[in-house]
Design a protein around this ligand. Structure first.
Ligand SMILES: Cc1ncc(COP(=O)(O)O)c(C=O)c1O
Length: 477
């Protein structure tokens, strides 16, 4: 059957078919400890209605759609207030954390082009724990990445290493508030001071922390300094489609002053069509998710977000103490908010992952990199916070008699090696591992052990082949 029908199908039938597409999706049922940022049915329903109400708006031109301007200005204004921005600070709504980061790096590069023309090849100092989207930004924008070591116990960026790695091409210093994997806030005050002292910019990636840390502070939790009130911090990203609880497709990039934001914009008058000035990387763009964010900010208010932050933090403290009292489990670092990483010693962390999956929990299996060993990542939200008691009991039960890592079959290691060398297409290896059909098998420990043992470059090759295999059209119902 052709995918595009010759004769259209009735709307109800189409919607039912669409619902079937979603049968296998991760659900916001309190058992997902990654991907889901759920503040409950009422918030979801409001977001859905606001999303639908804003669907016709095209953010390409805020003069034709004044609502695009006023909704964005309100959302940005609320974020500037929350992140204690100084007078003169400005911002932009973007489509997500990656886009906010891409634009922050572009602004830093283009600002340096204008103000430091002696720099031939701009570079950024990037802690090993910073989100991968900074590497993507560097790769897309021609900005070199200089890795900065992190402390192997706290997983905070080493300011000494940043200082030691300084070159005169550094245009940007990055810190996370917090890092995704371990949930720890980098020493932002010191990183920003270093950047200011050397005439570079400093971006704080508060994509996950921006909508939570200020409320934790208000709720009496000790939160390290990280926001735009810190001298030397020149830009900050925060995602509203994570802990703002808005639909996917909305983040905010805040800038200390308008000159910096001018370097983020793109204008073009050298073609035959309408004059172009884009604040973000897209041209025509949806304002629907931004509308959802606006509605949630207004509906929950400071009080609502503060209460949700408090719930997530108390659930995090419960999981942390469960990890600390369970033999064989180890917390990596000490989270400053409700994201954390745990590993196993001496048992196999991937076996723990399989056991939790068998009990219906979704956790995020993460491979070792630098000083961070392979681990399970947990992201807590108000939805799963109410189930941490159950999760803690299952964690303890699954940690009992955890076997050590099983040796890898030599044939598979040889195939992986060949993939890494570029001598073998990854597809036969993936077929051998049972991952060619899409998704991972229920017991995936062997696959994870193998990939954990591979070099990052080999993992990247396998990931690209895996994604290519998934995104191959087979026809739909
Ligand atoms: C700290 C941090 N920065 C940036 C991103 C990228 O965000 P997005 O997935 O919205 O592009 C993430 C995503 O998890 C993140 O945790």
């Amino acid at each position: 059957m052709s995918i595009l029908p010759e004769v259209g199908r009735p709307g109800d039938e189409v919607l039912a078919a669409l619902a079937r597409h979603r049968d296998g999706d991760l659900r916001a049922d309190g058992r997902a400890f990654a991907f889901v940022y759920d503040a409950g049915e009422a918030a979801r329903d409001l977001a859905r209605r606001a999303f639908a109400a804003c669907m016709p708006i095209n953010g390409l031109d805020p003069t034709v759609y004044p609502s695009a301007r006023s909704i964005e200005n309100d959302v940005v204004g609320a974020c500037l207030e929350l992140l204690r921005a100084p007078a003169g600070a400005v911002g932009t709504a973007t489509a997500g954390g990656t886009e906010s980061v891409l634009l922050a790096v572009k602004a830093a590069r283009d600002h340096a082009r204008a103000t430091r023309p002696e720099i031939a090849r701009p570079a950024m100092l990037l802690p090993q724990t910073a989100h991968a989207c900074f590497h993507k930004a560097g790769w897309m924008l021609g900005v070199d990445v200089i890795p900065v070591a992190v402390d192997p116990v706290t997983f905070r960026a080493s300011v000494d290493d940043a200082r030691a790695k300084w070159t005169r091409d550094v245009v940007l210093v990055v810190g996370s508030a917090p890092s995704y994997a371990h949930g720890v806030v980098d020493p932002i005050v010191e990183l920003a001071a270093l950047a200011a002292e050397r005439g570079a910019l400093c971006h704080v990636d508060a994509c996950v922390g921006g909508p939570v840390l200020p409320f934790l502070r208000e709720a009496g939790v000790s939160v390290p300094e990280f926001d735009l009130s810190v001298p030397g911090v020149t830009s900050l990203s925060m995602d509203l489609h994570k802990y703002g609880f808005a639909p996917k497709g909305v983040s905010v990039l805040l800038m200390r002053d308008a000159a910096l934001r001018d370097a983020q914009y793109y204008a073009c008058a050298t073609w035959t069509g309408y004059p172009i000035v884009n604040s973000t990387s897209l041209g025509s763009k949806s304002v629907a998710a931004l509308g959802g964010a606006w509605a949630l900010l207004q509906h929950l208010g400071r009080e609502g977000y503060r209460e949700l932050a408090r719930q997530m933090w108390s659930a995090t403290c419960e999981v942390v103490s469960a990890i600390e009292r369970t033999p064989g489990l180890r917390l990596l670092g000490r989270p400053d908010m409700n994201l954390l990483a745990l590993t196993t010693e001496p048992g196999d962390v991937f076996e723990l992952g399989d056991r939790l999956t068998a009990r219906g929990w979704h956790t995020q299996v993460t491979y070792g990199f630098g000083p961070s060993p392979a681990h399970l990542h947990l992201t807590l939200d108000p939805g799963n916070a109410r189930r941490v008691g159950e999760l803690s009991r299952d964690l303890a039960a699954c940690a009992v008699d955890l076997p050590p890592r099983a040796p890898l079959p030599e044939g598979l290691v040889a195939m992986l090696h060949a993939v890494g060398e570029g001598a073998l297409d990854p597809r036969p290896l993936m077929a051998e591992l049972g991952v060619s059909g899409g998704g991972l098998p229920a017991r995936a420990a062997m696959i994870h052990r193998l990939l954990d043992a591979a070099s990052p470059a080999t993992r990247e090759r396998v990931l690209v082949a895996f994604m290519g295999g998934l995104m191959t059209t087979k026809g739909v119902a």
